[in-house]
Design a protein around this ligand. Structure first.
Ligand code: M6R
Length: 621
């Protein structure tokens, strides 16, 4: 939520990197975090200058073209996802202190803003916007008046704030620095030569450096052109952890696709392959990326609770089916935002598995922290190296799926499912629940999945044609059973998010308990059909469900296994996916639903990368 970027370079560097160019490039890459409005502030010649504009970044670019800024060697930039106050020019960041010189940008929510605003208003401060950010600007401004030191002013102000925030500030009276603070909200530092950077994530400066520093919770960083210094909120000195950014800028480019969404859908064979890559040691045994708990402790797990939100939670439901089947450990899947408000039963034998693409989702982070406080062991499945959730977890399994830029998740979903399988197999290996031969057979089938996804992608035209023909459809239902159920939920979510169409996913067996009332003549229903192979196949039951909806006028579109010719009779359209083990099917059956949603939204002329009202990384509760 909200993209933040900061830059400072030596004045002589400005021929190479004009601060505004660095900021705008960073904002372009961070726009996926929020796109209600955007703004910048630069400092040059002893003055601060700012431009801000509601709407997408393009509006800010046009504004700056009309009213150019003085060349500068430092500045801050912001792209907003509105929380307090609508997406107007006035509410766009930066916000200013009383002297109209201190400029501040912010990501997060200041929870005690109402009390602070009341107090500051009573003391004579005048507010221009409805934002909580302006409260922070007034507080920092007040402290700067008293101390004349931006780092100390930031320190004093943040100690009065409650909630989640990343704050960046510049002041022309200290034109050699950008000061930033973070609590419960992401911030990374990029290290250059004669220049330094700040970003909500590394994409804010990936064009300029690969060397970065992670900050801990409750820290303040002051960057100058030649130095980075970090202190804690209590003023004590601190040091960040250096890391190297191992993906390059081209990974975050569209590479010839019309949208990041299309690119990421097409990257799924590689994303799954990379998730599976290098997971075994010399003895052929599965390993995790980071393990700060003993394998013995993991082995003694009596219960697993999967915590996640949105798409990640649907991946968690697939994880439940697989992990329970392979390990016989009971698994609960819980929406992270519900978890800590229901007094969950946890102890030190509970393994809490969080799943998050960003590793910064506030609801998930808070739930993980709560679980830790209650004594649970925590394991993070995450795509973003060095993000907060894996950093605070006892064990980590990274997805290695590469940056996911489109706001709606696609490749991370498949990678999360693949990583969940690895976790299930790892636990089964620890507990001796599966023979090594069984594990290697499942792994071998998993390694065949990328080529099978590619086969589906290669036949995408038929799905796209159907999506185009259905562009005016007001409502679509999705049905699935067993691991097909979370796939149905994900198919519906993609359609809601991208095409703004009413869509619901149901467990096919639940249909007759209520949702069947929604079926009327012509209602499109997607059905994820299980394989007809195997003794325990649910195929027959799902075919019955199809009959039930068709009898009431539904048009059924099925996603079925190659060779399942029986479904043709019950389908207006059928999309076949290659065969694999039933538990692994979601890695294939999801793909046609993603293609469908993306194509339908594109046909309607919508921006599939930045759907309305959404943000990629939800860093507020
Ligand atoms: O970064 P996370 O995986 O923790 O994000 C969780 C959800 O916010 C995310 O999956 C969301 O539902 C997306 N809009 C799905 O496309």
């Amino acid at each position: 939520m909200c993209g933040i970027v900061g830059y400072i370079g030596l004045p002589e560097k400005s021929a190479e990197h004009h601060a505004l160019d660095v900021l705008m490039e960073g904002l372009r890459r961070l726009e996926y975090r929020g796109y209600d409005s955007a703004g910048v502030a630069t400092v040059a010649g002893g003055a601060v200058e700012s431009r801000k504009k509601s709407g997408k970044l393009a509006n800010l670019v046009a504004e700056i073209e009309q009213q150019p800024l003085t060349p500068a060697s430092l500045g801050i930039g912001h792209t907003r996802w509105a929380t307090h106050g609508g997406p107007t020019d006035l509410n766009a960041h930066p916000h200013f202190g009383d002297d109209n010189k201190l400029a501040v940008i912010h990501n997060g929510i200041i929870e005690n803003f109402a009390q602070l605003r009341q107090r500051l208003s009573a003391a004579g401060h005048v507010f221009d916007s409805q934002t909580d950010t302006e409260v922070a600007a007034k507080l920092i401004g007040e402290a700067f008046q008293a101390t004349g030191d931006l780092t100390e002013a930031m320190r004093q102000a943040v100690n009065e704030l409650e909630g989640a925030f990343t704050l960046l500030a510049v002041h022309p009276d200290q034109p050699d620095r950008v000061v930033a603070a973070r609590r419960n909200s992401p911030l990374v530092v990029g290290l250059g030569e004669g220049e330094n950077f700040l970003g909500s994530d590394v994409s804010g400066f990936i064009d300029f450096t690969r060397e970065a520093v992670e900050l801990e919770q409750d820290q303040i960083v002051t960057i100058t052109a030649g130095d980075v210094s970090i202190i804690n909120f209590d003023g004590s000195a601190a040091a960040g952890k250096r890391f190297y950014i191992d993906w390059d800028a081209t990974a975050a480019e569209k590479s010839g696709y019309d949208s990041f969404m299309e690119k990421e859908i097409n990257e799924q064979p590689k994303a799954v392959e990379d998730t599976l890559l290098g997971r075994t040691d010399a003895a052929g045994r599965l390993t995790l990326d980071e393990l700060r708990i003993s394998p013995e402790q993991l082995k003694d797990t009596t219960k697993i609770i999967v915590l996640a939100c949105g798409t990640a939670a649907y991946a968690g439901t697939v994880a439940k089916y697989a992990i329970e089947h392979w390990t016989r450990i009971p698994v609960e899947v819980e929406l992270a935002h519900e978890f800590r408000y229901r007094d969950p039963i946890i102890d030190e034998t509970t393994l809490v598995v969080s799943i998050s693409q960003s590793g910064e989702t506030m609801d998930t982070l808070m739930a993980v922290r709560y679980a830790k406080e209650q004594g649970a062991r925590t394991l993070s499945i995450c795509n973003t190296n060095g993000s907060t959730i894996p950093r605070e977890s006892d064990a980590v399994l990274y997805l290695h799926a590469g940056p996911e830029i489109a706001v709606a998740s696609t490749k991370a979903f498949l990678a999360m499912i693949a990583a969940s399988y690895l976790l299930g197999l790892y636990l089964a290996q620890l507990r001796g629940q599966l023979f090594s031969g069984q594990i290697s057979d499942i792994l071998a089938d998993l390694h065949k999945i990328p080529a099978k996804i590619q086969k589906i992608l290669d036949s995408a035209d038929e799905i796209k044609a159907l999506a185009q023909a259905m562009a005016q459809t007001p409502s679509v239902l999705f049905l699935g059973r067993h691991v097909g159920f979370p796939v149905a939920m994900e198919g519906a979510l993609k359609l809601k998010e991208l095409a703004y169409i009413h869509a619901e996913g149901f467990a096919a067996g639940e249909l007759k308990h209520g949702p069947i009332a929604l079926i009327e003549e012509g209602q499109p229903v997607f059905v994820v059909v299980p394989s007809p192979r195997g003794r325990d196949s649910l195929h027959g039951k799902v075919v019955s469900n199809i009959q039930e909806v068709r009898a009431r006028g539904a048009k059924t579109i099925t996603v079925a296994e190659e060779g399942d010719d029986a479904v043709r009779e019950f389908s207006e359209n059928v999309f076949f996916v290659p065969e694999t083990q039933p538990l692994l099917m979601p890695l294939l059956t999801t793909v046609p639903l993603q293609i469908f949603a993306c194509a339908l939204a594109s046909e309607k002329g919508y921006d599939v990368d930045q759907p309305r009202n959404l943000a990629k990384s939800v860093t507020v509760e």
